[in-house]
Design a protein around this ligand. Structure first.
Ligand SMILES: Cc1cc2nc3c(=O)[nH]c(=O)nc-3n(C[C@H](O)[C@H](O)[C@H](O)COP(=O)(O)O)c2cc1C
Length: 183
């Protein structure tokens, strides 16, 4: 029997990302897991209004989405433990400046450089709707053709609430639309 557990957000796990942006000419980094895919070339990044990084995103209208894997989880986690409102996070990650001016984390094997096209506000959050301008991927995580990430090679770290834990990405279980296909 199912139990009604109230109005509980249950859309987990989600990938953990580190958002990068420039504030006052310096990079800053914030760990985020409330993200979405509103269309094939767009993403949504949900950031609490009080966060330091938001001011740079609002001002410059660019950000980077750096997908976290276990190789740099400790550094990524650290960006979620302190706020730029209190601590300068500009030295936390090595970076390269993208063509939009957004800082791209060198540790990330997969990074999307994005431009803000809209902001959907809720009382406590700014949900940045972003267009993906460029996607940078380490060659070691690409498929055989070398044009798309291969998620058997690249394992994003996942996040879940309310346990507030990180999870490993699992194994491939089959091709989509292969299970439901009429024989
Ligand atoms: C695992 C994890 C996931 C997080 N996800 C989000 C999120 O989706 N949205 C958000 O606004 N803050 C999220 N946070 C909190 C921010 O990363 C944290 O408050 C950070 O210190 C804010 O930094 P800033 O003020 O420098 O921008 C998360 C933190 C952790 C540890």
């Amino acid at each position: 029997m199912k139990k009604n557990i109230g109005s509980t957000m249950a859309l987990y796990p989600t990938p953990a990302i580190v958002v990068g942006a420039m504030v006052n000419g310096k990079p800053t980094w914030t760990l985020v897991a409330h993200i979405g895919i509103p269309s094939h070339d767009m993403a949504m990044v949900s950031l609490a209004k009080a966060h330091y990084i938001n001011r740079g995103i609002r001002e410059n209208k660019v950000l980077s989405i750096n997908v976290v894997d276990e190789s740099w989880l400790a550094k990524a986690d650290a960006t979620g433990c302190v706020s730029g409102n209190k601590t300068d996070k500009s030295g936390m990650l090595e970076y390269t400046v993208g063509e939009t001016g957004a800082p791209l984390a060198n540790d990330a094997k997969l990074t999307m450089e994005c431009t803000v096209v809209d902001v959907y506000e809720t009382p406590a959050f700014e949900n940045f709707m972003v267009k993906v301008n460029n996607t940078f991927a380490e060659e070691s995580i690409l498929n055989e053709k070398g044009d798309k990430p291969d998620f058997d090679k690249f394992k994003p770290v996942l996040f879940e609430m309310p346990g507030y834990t990180y999870l490993r990405t699992g194994e491939t279980i089959g091709k989509c639309m292969s299970f439901g296909k009429q024989k």
